[in-house]
Design a binder for this molecule. Structure first.
Ligand code: FE2
Ligand code: FE2
Length: 189
């Protein structure tokens, strides 16, 4: 993508979020671009979606909920039960309003990066996976994901969903229905 535009987005993000979150976003951005090249997705879109996926994560939860109301983003009951996922739909709106992103595929990828869903685009699958495989991530299973992310997007996406579902259930956390929908869609394929 145009260097100047990329630098503008990076600077704006860097001046808004803490260093650790910016580094995470940078890592997701590079991972997303790498997979886009490998799996034949648009690399510029992967750059923007990866970089901005957490652009609303720095706000505290009450602020996120308040802003969702202001922007007319509907939060279902389950999403309100797992506040850690609100920054995804909100992030898509912040990317549109604050960063001037109007590409719906990019915005969708930001919107779905926490809970996934049925019928994700290639770009959205890439961002979902890159969020888990970026270099700063360290959890059991990450190496398996990294290995698969160099081979097949559908295999790595399926494994990412599987690990997420198991993690949430073992923790006793709510499982968002969109994540189950994504999983069920892949079963039998
Ligand atoms: Fe996120
Ligand atoms: Fe993230």
């Amino acid at each position: 993508m145009e260097e100047k535009r990329a630098a503008e987005l990076r600077e704006k993000l860097a001046s808004t979020v803490k260093k650790r979150l910016f580094e995470h976003c940078s890592g997701v951005c590079s991972e997303a671009v790498r997979m886009a090249e490998l799996f034949g997705a648009d690399q510029d879109k992967a750059y923007v979606a990866g970089l901005l996926h957490d652009c609303a994560k720095w706000m505290d939860k009450p602020k996120q909920v308040e802003l969702c109301r202001e922007y007319g983003i509907e939060l279902d009951e389950i999403t309100l039960k797992c506040p850690a996922v609100i920054h995804a739909p909100l992030g898509a709106e912040v990317a549109r309003r604050e960063y001037g992103i109007d590409d719906e595929e990019i915005l969708d990828a930001i919107r779905t990066h926490t809970v996934a869903g049925k019928g994700l685009s290639l770009l959205a699958k890439i961002v979902y996976v890159a969020d888990m495989t970026e270099p700063l991530r360290d959890f059991d299973g990450v190496e398996k994901l990294r290995k698969l992310s160099k081979k097949d997007i559908d295999d790595v996406y399926r494994e990412a969903l599987r690990q997420t579902l198991i993690f949430n259930i073992e923790k006793g956390s709510v499982v968002h229905p969109n994540t189950l929908d994504a999983w069920n869609e892949l079963c039998g394929k």
